[in-house]
Design a protein around this ligand. Structure first.
Ligand code: UDP
Ligand code: MG
Length: 323
């Protein structure tokens, strides 16, 4: 008998949990009937400020096993997913999904079918059209982000693929082996490789509760991701420096010739000041960029764990899901 663990990171999701579990229950029942699969849950409460965890403890998971973890504080969604994967060692496949029903549970069936039929190690859902859901500016920024991320690396990060995915146990094993404490999951998925299949995901608005990711936080996250997965920005910096050096060499030559043949012309103070402040600014930007990388090194060498678990409850279930 194959088994499937469904991992859900939870941060202030009280309005959604009941509905989520009801919809998951229907899917679990179908998977059990159709494939004889055993379905389990892992809920990771990422230090919610509402009473999501207490609610989870009261809910009935239809007689299925559920592991309810609670972090000691808010560690972020990536950490919650990591904890879920770390906990789900005793199953054949793992599903990761959001708690806010933006990842329709019905898609899980399709994922399981593809995983079984095509023997791929990961099935991910991707946003079909970013432009509709996110607006033109955000879509363009995200393009640039993927361009830089995938620049010259051996592995590719799949564009517009989210965290809604199925992974096999051996894929999960590979993820568990990665030692970094700051975990950008989308990059890690690309790094581990394996065979993959994508399925389009219709855009669903969050009905209840609030998204925890503002545009500003997303921008900060993508900068973080870039500095932990690629050194392309450093290379771009080096090229920019080379280019500027070449230009100033040529410009110097031009000034010498001008001085020799047209001694009356003079360079204004304004142009000198502009140049000095321009290059002063540019150097600060470059230094800041190097600083970002140094900061990454500092936080990684400390080898702190990515999360701390405060509570760990097991709902054993009777093994036989209620009808
Ligand atoms: N989440 C989390 N920790 C956080 C923020 C969010 O575990 O610090 C969870 C949240 O409960 C949800 C998922 O991550 O299950 C996606 O969050 P959200 O809907 O806010 O993100 P969006 O859909 O806007 O990208
Ligand atoms: Mg959401």
């Amino acid at each position: 008998m194959t088994s499937l663990s469904i991992i859900v990171p939870v941060y202030n999701e009280t309005p959604n949990l009941q509905m989520l579990i009801e919809r998951l229950d229907a899917i679990a029942r179908r998977l059990e009937a159709e494939y004889g699969m055993e379905v389990r849950y892992v809920f990771v409460d990422d230090g919610s400020r509402d009473n999501s965890y207490d609610l989870l403890r009261q809910l009935d998971f239809g007689g299925r096993k559920a592991r309810l973890l609670r972090f000691s504080r808010n560690f972020g969604k990536e950490a919650a997913l990591t904890a879920g994967i770390d906990a789900a060692t005793d199953c054949d496949a793992i599903i990761m999904m959001d708690a806010d029903l933006q990842h329709p549970p019905e898609v899980i069936e399709e994922m399981v079918r593809i995983w079984r039929d095509e023997k791929v190690d990961t099935v991910y859902a991707y946003k079909e059209s970013r432009r509709v859901s996110d607006g033109v500016a955000k879509a363009a920024l995200s393009r640039i982000f993927y361009r830089i991320m995938n620049q010259g690396s051996r592995f590719q990060m799949t564009e517009n693929a989210g965290d809604f995915r199925l992974i096999s146990q051996r894929y999960a094993n590979a993820l568990r082996m990665l030692p970094e404490s700051e975990r950008f999951m989308k990059g890690l998925y690309g790094w581990v490789g394996f065979s993959q299949r994508g399925i389009p995901l219709p855009h669903v608005e969050r009905e209840r509760g609030q998204s925890s990711f503002s545009s500003l936080r997303l921008l900060a996250l993508s900068f973080d991701a870039m500095t932990s997965f690629t050194t392309a920005p450093l290379r771009i910096m080096a090229f920019a420096g080379l280019l500027i050096a070449c230009f100033s060499g040529l410009y110097g030559l031009y000034i010498i010739i001008e001085r020799l043949f047209f001694p009356s012309s003079s360079i204004g103070l304004a142009s000198i000041l502009t140049l000095i402040s321009f290059f002063g600014g540019l150097q600060m930007v470059f230094l800041g960029l190097i600083g970002e990388y140094v900061g990454k090194i500092v936080s990684e060498v400390k080898r702190r764990p990515s999360y701390v678990i405060a509570d760990d409850n097991q709902v054993t279930g009777d093994g036989r899901p209620s009808q």
